[in-house]
Design a protein around this ligand. Structure first.
Ligand code: AMP
Length: 509
């Protein structure tokens, strides 16, 4: 087995990694580091949790040990899709480079340009950035990329999802042709293949663990729920989620709860808090300082439940998460693997519990096809039954109500299910997993999902300080009978607080 000492790393790096407690290189490290140290381009196909950050950081530090940074001309560049991931790479760099004199700057949205400019002016060895913020600095004439000797692209498939590929291509073109490129992606979509064919020169290709591999240390369960009416699903799922978390008892030391939509991240977090759980949301609409604070408290154990969107949680390295809950099954099957990979890391045991309603059936079959196994079905927690509020039939729409707007849009079925006095139907019982007749028209999940991804892209573009900003007025007044995504605001800069109707109150349960 390869040892770190076999890898020809700078002795100062070796000291730092032994202080970090690493004993042996992970497969991606053993595979990538020797090629990177020889100055070759590397194409690493690996997902988070495999030790890929060190697989590019350690050789970078070793290679940059000789030479000095010049003002405004960073010697290396690491591009990450999200602020959190960039901040995490910066933290890793600090650990591994602590015995060297190398300097770094972190260029991410939500942090003032002034401070970042000062660092760049002084000259940095390593620049860690999200693509949008990097280009903003470049366009402001504050940064030259002609001194970049090593360029790292981390989580390229995420960059693709988030619409960053044109930016990446542009940045490639701004760096010298002679640069060394270390390129990492969990999957190789055709577009990623095209980029690597264009910008990498005879790369060493190192592939670890197929994308569809779910760790054997993770116990997976699927709990199915079928409220009699589709518009009761959200409330029913929130109740079930609470019951599932409680049923795990002390075994659930900390957990990430994934939702597909940012609006649901807020609602689920608020709902859990209302019910006495120690929970906080993380998604792209929250202030950067808030996101960092939430992550820090999750890392130090003072926050038990992190409610997250895929984009916000992407690549987060949070050690020792005991549980992952999928409040929604992800619409992209690979996201299931990424999500549950937050637990059961580094040989530890983990539990991943997914909630599924009949609407998720299509996603479920795609996930099971990808992971090549049936996710074990689990019973509802003992003694669990839906509250009356969750089984109550929604109030028929009051024709005198104004149509459209936040409070009466179609997704406010959540709100309408809170008006018992106008409900003539008796509480609907829970029924086995079988099709239900949805009365309220809803956007197809796929279209909603696309709209959500577009929104995520917009939100990440907002990090660029104004480019591609959507300045149009919020779309309102189209009535109840239009798909959810059409009614979504185009210019939200802060998440709209969920209305009281969207978060069930303690009195309901
Ligand atoms: P990454 O895939 O880069 O997000 O790394 C996942 C986790 O593995 C991080 O917490 C690293 O600190 C840790 N790690 C990276 N390399 C090693 C190693 N060789 N031995 C033990 N832990 C490691």
């Amino acid at each position: 087995m390869t040892k770190f000492s076999d890898l020809k790393l700078d002795p100062k790096v070796l000291t730092a990694i032994s202080e970090a407690g690493y004993e042996t290189p992970t497969p991606i490290q053993a595979g990538a580091i020797p090629h990177a140290l020889e100055g070759k381009d590397v194409l690493g196909i690996a997902q988070t949790g495999t030790g890929k950050t060190a697989s590019f950081t350690l050789p970078m530090i070793t290679l940059l040990a000789k030479g000095r940074a010049r003002a405004r001309m960073p010697r290396s560049l690491v591009l990450c899709p999200t602020r959190e991931l960039a901040a995490q790479v910066a933290e890793n760099f600090d650990i591994y480079a602590k015995h060297t004199k190398l300097t770094k700057a972190l260029l991410i949205g939500g942090v003032s340009f002034g401070e970042q400019d000062k660092l760049i002016d002084r000259g940095v060895d390593v620049l860690i950035a999200t693509p949008g913020r990097l280009l903003d600095h470049f366009e402001r004439g504050k940064l030259l990329l002609t001194g970049v000797q090593i360029m790292v692209v981390d989580e390229a498939d995420r960059m693709l999802d988030m619409g960053f590929i044109p930016d990446i291509e542009r940045i490639f073109q701004l760096t010298p042709f002679t640069r060394q490129t270390l390129f990492f992606s969990a999957t190789m979509a055709p577009e990623i293949e095209r980029i690597t064919n264009t910008f990498l020169h005879a790369p060493a290709r190192i592939e670890v663990a197929r994308q569809a591999t779910t760790s054997e240390t993770i116990t997976q369960k699927l709990v199915q729920i079928t409220p009699a009416r589709r518009d009761q699903t959200a409330k029913a799922k929130r109740e079930l989620l609470r019951a599932l978390i409680s049923a795990e008892g002390e075994a659930c030391t900390n957990a990430i709860v994934f939702c597909n939509r940012k609006s649901d991240v807020d609602i689920v977090a608020k709902s859990l808090k209302t019910h006495g759980f120690n929970a906080a949301p993380i998604h792209g609409d929250l202030e950067q300082s808030q996101r960092m604070k939430t992550l820090d408290s999750f890392r130090d154990g003072s926050l038990q439940l992190l409610i997250a969107s895929d984009v916000a949680a992407r690549g987060l390295d949070i050690p020792a998460v005991s549980h992952v809950f999928n409040y929604d099954l992800p619409s992209h099957a690979e996201d299931y693997v990424h999500r549950i990979g937050r637990t059961g890391r580094a040989g530890r045991k983990g539990t991943a519990i997914s909630l599924a309603s009949p609407a998720d059936e299509k996603y479920l079959s795609q996930i099971e096809a990808l992971v090549k196994m049936e996710i074990p079905r689990a019973e509802l927690p003992e003694g669990f039954s839906l509250s009356e509020a969750a089984t109550r039939a929604p109030r028929p729409r009051d024709e005198s109500e104004p149509r459209g707007g936040r409070s009466s849009r179609s997704r406010s079925s959540r709100g309408r299910d809170r008006t018992p006095k106008e409900s003539s139907a008796p509480p609907a019982p829970m029924v086995p997993f079988e099709p239900v007749v949805a009365e309220a028209p809803a956007a197809t999940p796929v279209r909603e999902d696309r709209a959500e991804r577009r929104e995520d892209r917009r939100e990440d573009r907002r990090e660029r300080g104004g480019r591609n900003r959507d300045n149009g007025p919020a779309v309102v007044g189209m009535g109840d009978h239009v798909p959810d995504f059409i009614l979504r605001s185009f210019r939200t800069t802060k998440p709209a607080e969920p209305t009281a109707d969207e978060v069930e109150e303690t009195s309901e349960s």
